[in-house]
Ligand binder design. Structure first.
Ligand code: SF4
Ligand code: SF4
Length: 369
């Protein structure tokens, strides 16, 4: 059976601006049905790295927060700490980035909460029968919320072809070490030059694989190391480098497993939006954004996280490409993300389907007609 995906286009006019259209989409998809009175509702967004300007404007998120409150819920906007050393690596930096990008209680009408805590290590272990993981580290602030609304900015991504709902949930609801586990299985190495001997990594290591050498520098016993990545995300001195060595197909499968785990305790309590606006070629995690690859298209919403991504890809592929963008000579391609990043994005959706997360078959319902 095909899943229902609701769509409103990006055309706006007086009396029916994008905020009005998003509100109508919220009603059409039945988002209020997932919110019970006094539910804490996590609105999972990406408020952009500092310097990036492609992230969704705050009033879009504010419209969702208002609707959640109207439905009787208690909304909060949320994201998790990053793996890389940018402007969102820990909770204070991440919140300051949110504020400077315009996401504050006064603009949204709801607080921002960093779901995986001060250092990205506040998570709940969720059992899953995946091919790569038997347990996933889901940010506790999202896991413990009673309902989840994913509001993803749909755009390109170098590792997964595109970044939409599965990425917003899989990578975005994961604690920092879970992000490393999704990116790579490589066991970490410690730079003796950068290590200041603080001992934080040793306290976090679950297998006592780290000890000090005679110079009071941390070293890893590789026979004991299980590659959990807790030390990598704990070190504040960048002495333990993040490994980005990924087989992209595996990374997409792992991301789909994390998405499934993040949704595991929320059957009937989730709705997914993809805003196909300012479709930049790369992720909002970069501190810049290139021009969009297609004109603004609109917003899709569904209770099926796979169908909503498939619908968004199809809308991008059927739109006229912009030759002056990163697409260049591939501007008329009917698979724009593959042409852009040479990545077969289907792996993330097909693996999510194997895990029972949703379907690529959908019925698109245009609410503007
Ligand atoms: S956390 Fe970093 S600086 Fe501290 S001991 Fe471990 S490797 Fe060295
Ligand atoms: S990756 Fe995990 S097991 Fe290996 S040294 Fe770091 S904390 Fe210990």
């Amino acid at each position: 059976m095909s899943s229902k995906v609701y769509f409103t286009d990006a055309r706006a006019r007086s009396g029916n601006n994008m905020r009005d259209k998003l509100t109508a989409l919220f009603d059409a998809v039945g988002a209020a049905e997932v919110v019970a009175k006094k539910d804490l509702v996590a609105i999972k967004i990406h408020w952009g790295e500092r310097g990036n300007l492609a992230y969704l404007p705050p009033p879009i998120t504010a419209a969702i927060a208002d609707k959640v409150r109207d439905a009787g819920g208690v909304p909060f906007i949320t994201d998790t700490t990053t793996l890389y050393a940018g402007s969102r690596r820990n909770a204070p930096d991440n919140l300051m980035t949110a504020y400077s990008n315009g996401f504050s209680p006064s603009t949204i009408g709801a607080p921002a909460i960093i779901a995986d805590g001060l250092f990205g290590d506040d998570y709940v272990k969720v059992d899953i029968d995946g091919c790569h993981f038997k347990e996933c580290k889901i940010a506790s602030g999202i896991y413990r919320a009673q309902a989840l609304i994913s509001l993803a900015h749909f755009k390109g991504h170098g590792g997964t072809g595109f970044g939409g709902t599965i990425k917003n949930i899989g990578m975005g609801c994961s604690a920092a070490s879970g992000k490393q586990n999704q990116h790579s299985d490589v066991k970490p190495k410690i730079s003796l030059k950068k290590c200041v001997g603080c001992g934080s990594c040793m306290k976090k290591c679950p297998t006592d694989a780290i000890s000090f050498n005679e110079d009071h520098k941390a070293v890893i016993d590789r026979a004991l190391c299980i590659g959990c990545a807790e030390c990598t995300v704990t070190c504040r001195f960048e002495a333990i480098a993040v490994s980005w060595k990924s087989d992209l197909k595996l990374m997409m499968e792992k991301m789909a497993e994390y998405a499934t785990a993040a949704l595991k305790n929320k059957a009937g309590k989730c709705v997914f939006f993809n805003a196909i606006i300012k479709v930049s070629p790369d992720c909002d995690c970069f501190d810049f954004n290139d021009i969009p690859i297609v004109p603004d298209i609109g917003i899709v919403a569904s209770k099926d996280p796979v169908a909503v991504d498939q619908a968004a890809v199809d809308l991008v592929n059927s739109a006229p490409g912009i030759a002056a963008s990163a697409l260049g000579d591939n501007y008329s391609s009917d698979d724009k993300f593959r042409a852009l990043h040479k990545v077969d994005w289907r792996h993330q959706l097909d693996h999510a389907i194997k895990l029972g997360a949703g379907s690529r078959d959908y019925e698109l319902i245009n609410i503007d007609k």
